[in-house]
Design a protein around this ligand. Structure first.
Ligand SMILES: [Ca+2]
Ligand SMILES: [Ca+2]
Ligand SMILES: [Ca+2]
Ligand SMILES: [Zn+2]
Length: 499
């Protein structure tokens, strides 16, 4: 399904898109044509999405209500050659809210190839295109109507099919693109991970705003990560009718090494998935303190209740949900920074058994009184390469790729490389039981290394032999770290075997 679609940024553009006068489209807007006002603006600046406009006009035509017939011809969006229709399946994690990924003022650029050309080219082209379009429209309406009735069974068109976030307001739409409700929340819906949490912008593997049917009853819920302040967010769940079902606030006051850490936490992103295969979805979310090291992995049920929580002394930078041992149950594979050990980590967590805190270090500043040991299935610490040691206080991982027979994790891209060097990280290739197969440098590593040597951050020339220092991965067995690949004895895999 297309994203929010091409944006029309004035009454004039909306009118041109519809092939009508400004006065006419303004009249349609009073009857529900989806046109938005600029939230912060004092002027009459408006905008709309071509896809929504087309859907509304098509819906009018199908309902035969006469809306848009003022000027005597069809209200159908004749210059749309895209018969797809804004119907969301809404029952998969992938059934994301279509516009969620893009700011309303900054629409996603890569739109389907089916964007109508007519509206962006000259008027001469438009004339004959429109004539051809009228002919085409008959076919398009037929096809779309068929598609529409197949999708909806010809009834129940007023169910929630998509939602849009406009600042602090979430707006629900039905299958025809008609606005159903608007719910105001106490802050704006997060569109992306805030800069100060995104140590590696773009890599954070989760959602901020999603439409998903949590319990599989046919009515989708809206999940939205909402900024409640500059230093905190809450996760909101809205019912299909726009009412708030629950709110989850990650913030809690904790003490580490006797020093209080404030309750200013962010939900970093979230995943919606049926982790245990019981037919109801769970919400998996990493939350982090906005400034300091504490973080936690949390699983919520459909009622918003916390099913499990795992505290970690360092931020999660990435996670992926995967069934590593192929038993039909999902695991959480996450990587990031372990501040207590000053190294990059990988943790494999059981969504049904999140508990305790990450492995202790000798540093009392990271001990949290009263927290039991963690139930990680696996917990690995990774050696630090010389670029990382020369430029940072902590090691970190932020790349995860799960292949058929191996898992590849890579170090966080932590320094700005010279022109022409896009990366400069270490790749660790692990087998399915997380034993190290080999280590490699990516293509940019030696270039970055040479650059850092030139500017005096690294005191030796690059040698591929440096790779030999990077195989010292350590595994937490529940009592101590060992170089032998081993699960944590407190996790479920250690007790029942992993094969
Ligand atoms: Ca539901
Ligand atoms: Ca479940
Ligand atoms: Ca599994
Ligand atoms: Zn080196």
């Amino acid at each position: 399904m297309a994203a929010s679609g091409r944006m029309l940024e004035s009454w004039k553009e909306i009118a041109e898109h519809c092939g009508r006068s400004v006065r006419t489209v303004q009249r349609w807007a009073q009857r529900g044509l989806p046109v938005y006002r600029d939230a912060g603006g004092t002027s009459d600046r408006v905008y709309a999405f071509a896809e929504e406009i087309d859907a509304w006009r098509l819906a009018q035509a199908l309902q035969g209500t006469g809306n848009g017939h003022d000027e005597g011809d069809s209200p159908v969006a004749v210059d749309s050659d895209d018969p797809t229709f804004p119907i969301e399946t809404a029952d998969e994690d992938a059934g994301a809210v279509p516009s969620a990924e893009s700011q309303p003022t900054e629409p996603a650029v890569p739109i389907d190839a089916a964007v109508p050309v007519a509206a962006t080219t000259g008027r001469k082209h438009r004339t004959w295109l429109r004539a051809a379009g009228l002919l085409l429209a008959v076919l398009v309406v037929g096809a779309a109507a068929l598609f529409f009735f197949r999708q909806t069974g010809g009834a129940d068109t007023h169910r929630l099919a998509r939602a849009l976030a406009e600042g602090d307001t979430v707006i629900g739409y039905d299958t025809t693109g008609q606005r159903l409700w608007a719910t105001r929340l106490p802050g704006s819906v997060m569109q992306e991970t805030p800069e100060f949490l995104a140590t590696n912008a773009g890599i954070c593997g989760g959602r901020q705003f999603v439409l998903a049917d949590l319990e599989g009853d046919g009515a989708p819920e809206v999940l939205a990560n909402v900024h409640t302040s500059l230093t905190a967010s809450d996760l909101y769940c809205l019912e299909a009718d726009g009412r708030i079902r629950w709110r989850y606030r990650p913030g809690e006051s904790l003490e580490f090494g006797g020093r209080p850490v404030s309750a200013e936490w962010f939900v970093r992103f979230f995943h919606v998935t049926d982790a245990d295969g019981d037919g109801e979805k769970e919400i998996v979310l990493p939350a982090v303190h906005y400034q300091l090291f504490p973080a936690k992995m949390v699983v919520l049920g459909v009622d918003g209740a916390v099913r499990g929580q795992y505290l970690h002394t360092g931020h999660f930078l990435n996670l992926t949900l995967t069934d590593l041992n192929r038993d039909g149950r999902t695991e959480i594979l996450t990587v990031g920074i372990d501040n207590a050990h000053r190294q990059g980590f990988l943790a494999l967590l059981d969504p049904s058994d999140l508990a305790g805190i990450s492995p202790p270090s000798g540093d009392a500043a990271y001990t949290c009184a009263g927290q039991p040991p963690g139930h990680e299935l696996y917990y690995l610490l990774f050696p630090r390469d010389c670029i990382n040691r020369a430029t940072h206080e902590y090691g970190g991982l932020d790349g995860i790729v799960v292949e058929q027979e191996q898992v590849v994790v890579s170090t966080a891209w932590t320094i700005r490389p010279p022109e022409g060097v896009t990366v400069g990280s270490v790749l660790f290739y692990l087998d399915r039981w997380l034993a190290l197969r080999w280590v490699d440098f990516d293509n940019g590593y030696s270039v970055l290394h040479a650059y850092l040597e030139r500017i005096g951050h690294v005191d030796h020339p690059f040698s591929r032999d440096e790779i030999n220092e990077l195989d010292a991965i350590r595994y937490w067995n529940g009592d101590t770290f060992t170089s032998v690949p081993t699960p944590n004895r407190r996790g479920r895999w250690a007790s029942r075997g992993i094969d």
